[in-house]
Design a protein around this ligand. Sequence first.
Ligand code: PMP
Length: 444
Amino acid sequence: LKEHNARSMWHPMAHPADSLANPPTIVTGAQGVRITDIDGHEVVDAVGGLWNVNLGFSCAPIKAAIAAQLDRLPYYSTFRGTSNDAVIELSEELRRFFAPDGLTRAFYTSGGSDSVETALRLARQYHKIRGQAQRVKFLSLKKGYHGTHFGGASVNGNANFRTAYEPLLAGCHHIPAPYTYRNPFNESDPAKLAQLCLAALEDEIAFQGANTIAAFIMEPVLGAGGVIPPHESFMPGVREICTRHGILLIADEVITAFGRTGSWSGSRHWGVQPDFMCTAKAITNGYFPFGAVMIAEDVAQVFEGDKTGAAAIGHGYTYSGHPVGAAAALACLAETERLNVPENAAARGAQLHQGLLALAEKYDVIGDVRGGHGLMCALELVSDRAKKTPIDKKTIGTLQEVAYRAGAMVRVSGANVIMSPPLILTAADVQVILSALDQGFAAL
Ligand code: PMP
């Protein structure tokens, strides 16, 4: 299998520092929060698949729902004038979950990149219908990650994900993220930094011309960029600025929706109602490629009241509203609610965060510890704490490899060690992750 993988697969996203990806770790089985590989290692998956396997790998109700749906109606889309009963039932559930956030309608996709693309496209349509066709630009955060399609890549804040594909969508601009450890303002106080970043957003809007901007897109907690939670004033500040300038707010919750931050959504975590909320990943617990863009009621009404025909300009996918995905998502939401998964994410996330802070007391190589908002945490590693020099690739690779042998799979990205374990994690599982990291750091 290892040889065949090398000759017949392409792994463009394998990070060079990722020792487990070079060559790829071949996963052959998974149960609960643990995976097994081809060499017989069994480890806690502290990456949770790719931030998506919130309920672990043996969620019986989702498996049963998928099997039953395959028997009854394996496929019909919501693309061209049709719907299906499974997806209508799911929509009513999503409406129940997200109505407190003002989000009442769902549009279905096949994953996170599709959800982002949908929100960007719908944002432009929205302004066209309202006679503001000049509102075409998008603003986003540096260090934000919004997927791989051309629109999403254009708003990605990390140049590594953009440059190879340029020219990208015109009119996309990035403002500094509220990243306390490193920022252009040299400001380490989170509240003050949030105000500086908001001022930078105001400046960019003034520079571009508010009436040329369609939407601002952000992750409520930056994920792939290194788990960067903003100060609590930041997202409400963004909401206020967007509203004042007629700019739509797109919350990219592909990671944060469905409990990861300890709330049902990252937006709710910060008390913000976005205009669009992009979801995917954990909506089916990783069991089916599926996503939903939740749309605010007042935005949906603009589309419905359209007299210009702009709303009739096609947008949809062959797999929009896939009934098997819908059945998986329905079962997943029911389990998430029954097990009160967001609450466990908050408790276990606090435990993991405390443990990581304790490791930072012990090991100078840990420059920054980020977490405290559910089960998404990161360590930023440095070779010199005072100078904040990023650690070299070989060292972070060694840490990852030793931790894996000691029982936990973590992700490395640049100088960051990222953890996003399943939300059903137990206190004992948290200890396994911490102990594996401890052994990894001791080995450096
Ligand atoms: N948005 C965010 C915030 C993400 O983290 C990701 C994936 N990591 C995406 C969009 C893209 O999702 P997908 O990989 O399912 O296309």
